[in-house]
Ligand binder design. Structure first.
Ligand code: MG
Length: 253
């Protein structure tokens, strides 16, 4: 299934994508997909929103060895977790706003896990029971502020620094997804989740030792090598095989 959140005329909600149409759902899909009686709308006529409304955005740092190496950072011996605020979420097609507080704002294309069940202390072997699906994300980062601050809340937390979408794909093998990030149609990052240091299942187990995950919460699984700067006027695409493409322009604030 492909699940979107969308606006069309006066309606706003979750929908199921079938071909080039969206069939509206009666509510959030996480505890069961229920169709509403509303009319289907053409995908092309809808404005897509970020595909879920997480209470928190859990992120994993340095989860690809080649990306750790490009920052001369050691490969972590356990997952490195941090949070982005939900206020950073950005819909597909909307603009990433550069901030004058940073001179080095970079893209990080990532596979994103969407949680489908309230959970804590999930064993590795049951991790897939709590996953609803997967989407594309861009962990936009003010690299200079990340270095300067020592912790990452400011560098990762600006409004618009968490593009997400275009939809949630429920049928995906997260162990073998190709993750590509293009800027102005030039490939900057090209990786595969087969190279994750800590697998999706290991990450769910690790994170839920710390915090309860809620329906619709998301976990960004880390970025492959090739991160680089964004400039006003750029167009960024995060493409994940089996999901689709998340596209966002970049503007100055
Ligand atoms: Mg990242």
């Amino acid at each position: 299934m492909r699940i979107v959140r969308y606006e069309h005329q006066t309606s706003r909600g979750y929908g199921l994508v079938e071909g080039d149409m969206i069939r509206p759902l009666a509510g959030p899909p996480f505890d069961g997909v229920r169709m509403s009686r509303g009319a289907a709308v053409p995908l092309a006529d809808a404005r897509l929103l970020a595909p879920c409304e997480p209470s928190k955005i859990v992120c994993i740092g340095r989860n690809y060895a080649a990306h750790a190496a490009e920052h001369h950072a050691p490969v972590p011996t356990e997952p490195l977790i941090f949070l982005k605020p939900p206020s950073a979420l950005l819909a597909p097609g909307e603009a990433i706003e550069l901030t004058p507080l940073s001179a080095q704002i970079e893209h990080e294309g990532e596979l994103v896990v969407v949680i489908g069940r309230r959970c804590r202390h999930v064993p590795v072997e049951q991790a897939f029971d709590v996953i609803f699906g997967y989407t594309c994300g861009n962990d936009v980062t003010a690299r200079d502020l990340q270095r300067k601050d020592g912790q990452w809340a400011r560098a990762k937390g600006f409004d618009t620094f968490c593009p997400l979408g275009p939809w949630i794909e429920t049928d995906l093998d997260p162990m073998h997804a190709a993750v590509t990030c293009l800027v102005n149609d030039v490939v900057r990052q090209q990786g595969t989740t087969a190279d994750l240091i800590f697998s999706v299942a290991q990450l769910i187990a690790y994170v839920t030792q710390v915090m309860t995950l809620e329906l619709g919460d998301i976990m960004m699984t880390g970025t492959p090598a090739g991160v680089g700067p964004l400039q006003a006027g750029d167009h960024v695409v995060v493409r994940i095989s089996g999901i689709g493409e998340l596209r966002n322009p970049v503007v100055s604030s």
